[in-house]
Write a protein that binds this ligand. Structure first.
Ligand code: AHM
Ligand code: MG
Length: 330
């Protein structure tokens, strides 16, 4: 069947794009659109703060640890405050869980949505001017509007996401998101203070020439992962590992490739968090024609048990992820 959706041209402003997309859905109330605008706006504020990090005293550790015992950076905490504040003011979100907070933050009982967010991913790169990102997932709450948020509202499978995206603070700042109808990328034009459509209908190549994994931990990888890494080497693939998930994922999305964070001795369940990092990127990967799994199981099918749950992640070009999975089967 022919797709009746209107393709919007490169250069379309984000606000206009969101409005036009909303008009395509007869019963859309506009709340999800407003939520996306709130996130995009907070992204501008965080972007501004990251850009001046070297000039004022906001880079570096703050002297505290998050719930997972990881050192918090000043910008981690600042980004968390910015996103929480914008979502509180917006009113569309009932609650938020964040990599930086121990528990759920209640926002507005009358809100329809629940947000999971990693406000600033790749924190160890903040001080050294390497790309970092924000990752977010949006779920529709299950309990009736106006009642207190329940654990079931928050602990939903990735397949229940209604939207997901990331902001990449890199050589240019980008917002990439999906509402389940393909993936679109917007570049932030700082002098105009606006995001413009730069990457319409993003599709990840089925194969790629790059693999991204922290090979320093090779000795503690499970045997199937070691086998896959050897396969990549013997296939003359290039190793590319920034150590900033959003940046590694974004490059692979554009050029084709696989990103892997497996189980290791220091992270027996993998390092990355299902609710804050893996689900959002898995939704985007699938919407772009790619794949995401734990090596064994589809990421979006995992029933979450706790907010800060970690899982191994294999994500990117379909053929590469399937090849990696084949080593677990054999
Ligand atoms: P963070 O959320 O604490 O920043 O950790 C996630 C980051 C990813 O961006 C990155 O891919 C990975 O951790 C790098 O970890 P490692 O240094 O162990 O390779
Ligand atoms: Mg993170």
């Amino acid at each position: 069947m022919e797709d009746s959706r209107i393709a919007l041209p490169i250069g379309t402003a984000l606000d206009r794009f969101i409005k036009r997309k909303q008009d395509e859905f007869q019963y859309a109330s506009g709340e999800l659109s407003q939520l996306l605008r709130d996130i995009a706006l907070s992204g501008k504020v965080v972007n501004r703060e990251i850009n001046k990090a070297g000039l004022i005293n906001i880079a570096g550790p703050i002297g505290t640890e998050n719930i997972q015992g990881e050192e918090q950076q000043k910008l981690d905490v600042l980004a968390n405050i910015r996103f929480t504040r914008a979502l509180t003011k917006g009113g569309e979100a009932a609650a938020l869980i964040s990599e930086e907070d121990e528990d759920v933050t209640d926002l507005n009982n009358n809100g329809k949505y629940v947000i999971a967010i990693d406000p600033l991913d790749g924190s160890s790169n903040i001080d050294v001017n390497v790309s970092i990102g924000t990752i977010f997932s949006v779920y529709r709450r299950k309990s009736p509007i106006g009642t207190p948020i329940t654990k079931e509202d928050v602990l939903q499978k990735g397949s229940e996401q209604v939207a997901a995206g990331y902001l990449l603070y890199g050589s240019s700042t980008m917002l990439v998101y999906t509402t389940g109808h393909g993936v679109n990328g917007f570049t932030f034009e700082a002098s105009l203070g606006e995001y413009f459509l730069s990457h319409p209908d993003m599709c990840i190549p089925k194969n790629g020439k790059m693999y991204s994994i922290n090979e320093g931990s090779y000795n503690s990888f499970p045997q199937p992962v070691k086998d896959y890494v050897e396969h990549c080497k013997s296939s003359n693939l290039s190793g590319r590992y920034i150590g900033s998930l959003v940046a590694d994922f974004h490059r692979n999305l554009l050029k084709g490739g696989i990103y892997i964070y497996p189980q290791t001795a220091s992270s027996p369940n993998g390092k990355l968090r299902l609710m804050y990092e893996c689900n959002a990127l898995a939704f985007i990967a699938e919407q772009a024609g790619g794949k995401a799994s734990t090596g064994i199981e589809r990421i979006l099918d995992i029933e979450p048990k706790e907010y800060h749950q970690r899982v191994p992640l294999f994500i990117g070009s379909t053929n590469m992820v399937e090849k990696a999975e084949s080593f677990f089967k054999s």
